[in-house]
Design a protein around this ligand. Sequence first.
Ligand SMILES: Cc1cc2nc3c(=O)[nH]c(=O)nc-3n(C[C@H](O)[C@H](O)[C@H](O)COP(=O)(O)O)c2cc1C
Length: 337
Amino acid sequence: MIETAITRAFGLATPIVNAGMAMIARPPLTAAVSNAGGLGTLGCDISPPERLREMIRETRAMTDGPFGVDLIGDFVTDAHLDVLIEEAVPLAIFFWTLPTAAQVARLRAASVAVWMQVGSVAEAKAAHALGFDALIVQGAEAGGHTRAEASTMTLFPRVRAMLPDTPLLASGGIADGRTMAAALVLGADSVWCGTRFLAARKSAAHDDYLSRVIAADVGDTAVLTAYGPEWPDQPMRVILNDSARAALGNEDRALAEAAGDTAGTVEMDGARVPIPAYSAILPTRDFEGDIEKTCLTAGQSTGNIAEILPAAEIVRRMTEEAEAALRRVGLPAMKAA
Ligand SMILES: Cc1cc2nc3c(=O)[nH]c(=O)nc-3n(C[C@H](O)[C@H](O)[C@H](O)COP(=O)(O)O)c2cc1C
C-alpha cells in the first residue's frame, strides 16, 4: 500500500491519476480509473459548460469514487466553474493559463480542491503564490501540449526542493511501475499519466491512433507548433506521421501547402464536422479520414507502452510493479509522507 498526501486527500487505494486528456479522457475512462482505486479525471477541453455538466453526470452514473475535471485555462469561463460547483465535483485542474485569484478562491470556498499543471520553475512559483492545493509538474517528455523547460527527472526535483511542503504530482514519461516508483523516490505524492491511459481500452481514441501509440518508439515523437487553427502557435508533442514529418523544421511552409485541405471528419455534439489539416482535434473513435494527416499527440513513453490494456489493469500493474521496484531498491512500499 503506497500512502501519500494525495491518496489521503481523496481516499485512493493508489497514487495514480489519469491526465484529463482533451477528447480522450471521457466518462468511461475517468470512471474506470476511479473504480480501480486511482483518481480519474475528465478532460473538459473546449466543451461548453452544459456539455461538461452532461459528462460529469455520465461519469457519476458509472462510479461512486471521486474524480476531477481538467480545464484548459484559455477556454474556462465562470459558467464552467458554476457547473463544477453545482455538480459538487471535488477537484478542478487548470492547465496552460493560470486562473485568477478570485476563481481559485471561489472554487476552494465551495470545497472544490484546485490543482495546476506547470512546466517551469517560474510557472511553479507563480502558481504557488495563488495557493493551489497541489501542483502537477510536467516534464518535457510529456504528451499533449507542453512548453516544459526540462525533463521530469530534472524539473521535478527542482520544484520539489523549492516547494518542500506542497503536494506535487509528477507528469511526463510515467507509464509503468518502474517509472512510477522513480517519481515517488523523487518526492512525488502521485503520478499523473496521459499516454499510458491514452492506450487504455476505454480511451476515446481511434483504433489507428492507438496502433500508432503501440508502434512508436521513444524517438518517434517531436514537439511542433503547427497544430491547431483553433488555438494557434501552441507547442505540442506528436507522433511523427506523414503530416508531422512534413512540418518538422518547416512548419510555416507545411501549413501554407496544406491550406484548405482536410484530414477527415469527427462527430461533435451530434454533428459530423470536418477536421482541417493540422487541426489539434484528435482522431477519436468515430473519426473517418486519413490518419496520416491527423494530430497524434502522445509522449515519449509511447516507446515503453507495448499493449492496449483495460484501465483497471493499468492501475493494478503499475501499483504492483512500483511496490516491487521500491522493495528492490530497499525502500518500504509504504511511503513515509
Ligand atoms: C492525448 C493527450 C491529450 C492531452 N490533453 C490534455 C488536456 O486537455 N489538458 C491537460 O491538462 N493536459 C493534457 N495533456 C497533457 C497531460 O496533462 C500530461 O501533461 C501528459 O500526458 C504527461 O505525459 P505522458 O503523456 O508521458 O504521461 C494531454 C496528453 C495527451 C497524451
